[in-house]
Design a protein around this ligand. Structure first.
Ligand SMILES: [Zn+2]
Length: 342
């Protein structure tokens, strides 16, 4: 089988297309023929070696897998060859105290598919049975690969980590990104009013099309004042944040009293300066959100099957074009998602 392997870190890193032996499923495992795999900022961090965990090279990246089971290992009864599946890429042990409580995103022995072990930019991938979710007939492989990681990240943020009330104002940072485009739709599905940030006309148009009622440009330093103005000087109840750095600092100025910033990433910078005075005086919350649970993935696919969550696919490319897709994501020329179709 063919697989894209990262052989040296860098920006760009070095890749090769390798011919590897077919995978064999052990006990509790299945081999999935990858039909589509989405590209995420996580893949760029892996490429650059910019993750606070040791990475063994060569490594096949790719976390957002949709495909068809081609082999089941011993002890697997619920699945068979030919089944259409999506994979929960936060691989969890199913046994630790957090997994037992259904908080798989906090698993003590969690592994990231495509980081800690070989992922989906390949013709085949080996995954544990417990990470599988059935792909509804109405959801295509490409749609799943464009939604399941970014979409379920947004689902986890908006349904597990914060509580959205109908009529709440939600600010979605980076409204045209993978997480942002899903967060706009989920917030609207929860009857919230949405303001998004977007930095060019195409991204603004996309955010509006997905359901944002206003879009502000974060390049202007005054954008938090604009958000306050749009909400009648009140501010927003929730900010969906994944950029970090200055944008997170400025997002604090967009919050209403009692408001919450929920953050799942830091693509610009992991360091922020925090003024504690407004944080405690206005009873703000800064909430972390990591990955998803299997339940979030099921909800995401259910929303997609019901037509409430659309995938925004910028491009679908073959395995050999994977490095070019990495470059496009780094250069911020991807609107929505890039998907690799092996
Ligand atoms: Zn666990």
């Amino acid at each position: 089988m063919k697989a894209v392997q990262l052989t040296a870190h860098g920006a760009p890193g070095q890749f090769r297309i390798a011919e590897l032996p077919n995978l064999i499923a052990g006990p509790g495992e299945v081999v999935v023929a990858v039909r589509a795999c989405g590209l995420n900022h996580l893949d760029l961090w892996l490429e650059e070696g910019n993750l606070p965990i040791p990475i063994q090279l060569p490594r096949t990246p790719g976390s957002e897998v949709a495909g068809q089971i081609i082999q089941t290992g011993p002890g697997i009864g619920a699945w068979k060859a030919g089944d259409r599946v999506a994979v929960q890429s936060n691989l969890f042990c199913g046994q630790c105290e957090f997994c037992e409580r259904g908080q798989e995103s906090l698993c003590l022995r969690g592994q990231l598919l495509g980081v800690d072990r070989d992922g989906g930019f390949a013709e085949q991938v080996l995954v544990p049975e417990r990470s599988l979710v059935r792909l509804p007939d109405q959801v295509s492989y490409e749609c799943s690969a464009a939604l399941t990681l970014a979409g379920s990240t947004a689902m986890h943020m908006l349904t597990d980590r914060v509580e959205i009330q109908p009529g709440n104002w939600v600010l979605v940072v980076g409204g045209a990104s993978g997480v942002g485009s899903a967060a706009i739709q989920i917030a609207r599905g929860l009857s919230a009013r949405v303001i998004a940030t977007a930095s060019n006309d195409a991204k603004k148009a996309l955010a509006l099309k997905l359901g944002a009622e206003q879009v502000v440009d974060p390049v202007s330093e005054a954008w938090p004042a604009e958000v306050r103005k749009l909400t009648g000087k009140r501010g927003v109840d929730v900010v969906v944040e994944h950029v970090g750095g200055t944008i997170l600092e400025q997002s604090l100025n967009c919050l209403a009293r009692g408001g919450t910033i929920v953050t799942c990433g830091a693509t610009a910078s992991r360091d922020v300066q925090l003024n504690l005075w407004p944080l405690f005086v206005k009873e703000h919350r800064l909430v972390g959100s990591y990955g998803r649970t299997r339940r979030d993935l099921v909800s995401t696919l259910d929303w997609a099957a019901a037509g409430k969550l659309q995938a925004v696919i910028d491009r679908a490319v073959g395995l050999s074009e994977t490095p070019a897709a990495f470059a496009a994501l780094r250069n911020r020329t991807v609107l929505g998602k890039a998907v690799v179709v092996p």
